[in-house]
Design a binder for this molecule. Sequence first.
Ligand code: KIV
Length: 287
Amino acid sequence: MIFKISTFTHQSVTTMSTAKKEYKRITTKTLVDMKKKGEKISMLTAYDYTMAKIVDSAGIDVILVGDSASNVMAGHETTLPITLDQMIYHAASVVRAIERSLVVVDLPFGSYQSDPKEALRSAIRIMKESGGHAVKLEGGKEIKESIKRILNAGIPVMGHLGLTPQSIYKFGTYTVRAKEEEEAEKLIQDAMLLEKAGCFAVVLEKVPAKLAQEIAEKISIPVIGIGAGNGVDGQVLVVHDMIGMTHEFNPRFLRRYLDLYTDMKNAFAKYSADVKSGDFPNDNEQY
Ligand code: KIV
């Protein structure tokens, strides 16, 4: 089989509807510059080569190899079961597909919470074994030392505050976070702490839009929202949700761009019917 090595030319960039022409390869610095210029950042998840190739070629700035792979790819109820080895497998598959996007990889539950040395070991494994460009960790003050240690080793860190799914058993619910004054104040302090520690960006998940905007205005690093309104510096969605491959999950913040669940189901049913009726393969589809 001959594989065509594609080159990401200026020409192909200009044909994208939303991609910014001037960024050949997105880096952590690009994202901070984009915030300074008021350019919004697009981010989607991907967990495999084929999906990552499409996401990258569409001009999405950041690809998150999220621990949501635990739900989406493996069918677990929470993000807790996915292991570091499994995250590395997903991340390496994504990295092989990438020409432009920045690849951020989640440190999974249990790989960084116990102490900063373990956090650094896990982050190093991700960088060395997957080729990812940065790691993401959930939490603020309580994981400050781990974040600092990872950053000191030269590994870029993206923070994640608000709804932090790895702590689901502590909170007991996936509802909107920081609606009360005290939690909102802690969120602001944590965001400032992440900025001061040297994180290059922070994800804010499911918090009131007004609070998210206030945080985005307060800190100089990009704030990427999911269910955090339009006043932040960029948006992230789980790709299988936004293309409608999943269909049971229907939060208010989710915009579905396709209904692939229905389209794929119909295609599979049609294929099955064609096989059973003897219609497939026809004369042109055989040797
Ligand atoms: O794992 C994930 O997909 C995430 C996003 C929802 C931000 O962390």
